[in-house]
Design a protein around this ligand. Structure first.
Ligand code: FES
Ligand code: FES
Length: 183
């Protein structure tokens, strides 16, 4: 059990996490473990990717109670009892989420490393738009629901980088799924 000075860094109580609708009971966990490392290293949910590990690339984006966060910047211990959704919770090879299908249809990926984060982020963006939350470039703040224009989408997803340059396909896929009411 790691101890620094008088500070015990390992939880003595089980931690309960709700990931993709399943409860995970973790017996011992260093309280410094990030949500990203919990997912990948302790629960073998490797869909969520580690890019920069410092909040700059968006590869680790997951949903917590429907809102997007960077899992690399989040301490797992703080997310007990919250509803965490990863790409595995949205869909898989045998049951593609409509947005995953749209990414395939619109060539919204090349290497695919950024794709889980892009998809989780876009699902949250759609909810933000429907709730009327403005972005930095929204002109009319009285609108209760903004149009999901290419400019709005690029601004709202500017925290999700794609080193392959698949952004045009990503924008087309998200607009298509949003237009169909699939997200
Ligand atoms: S890995 Fe979290 S933002 Fe890059
Ligand atoms: S598809 Fe390769 S980084 Fe985005």
């Amino acid at each position: 059990m790691p101890v620094i000075g008088s500070i015990n860094l390992t939880s003595e109580d089980d931690m309960l996490f709700n990931i993709n609708g399943h409860t995970h009971d973790i017996e011992t966990l260093d309280v410094r473990v990030s949500l990203l490392d919990l997912l990948r290293d302790h629960l073998s949910l490797h869909g969520t990717k580690k890019g920069c590990d410092q909040g700059a690339c968006g590869a680790c984006t997951v949903l917590v109670d429907g809102q997007r966060i960077n899992a690399c910047l989040a301490l797992a211990v703080q997310y007990q009892g919250r509803e965490v959704t990863t790409i595995e919770g949205l869909g898989g090879a045998d049951n593609l989420h409509p947005l995953q299908a749209a990414f395939v249809a619109h060539d919204g990926l090349q290497c695919g490393y950024c794709t889980p984060g892009q998809i989780c982020s876009a699902v949250a963006v759609a909810a933000e738009i429907r709730r009327g939350l403005p972005s930095y470039i929204t002109v009319d703040l009285s609108e209760t629901e903004q149009d999901l224009t290419s400019e709005e989408l690029r601004e709202r997803m500017s925290g999700n980088l794609c080193r392959c340059g698949a952004h045009n396909g990503i924008v087309a896929a998200v607009q298509d799924a949003y237009g169909q009411g699939a997200i």
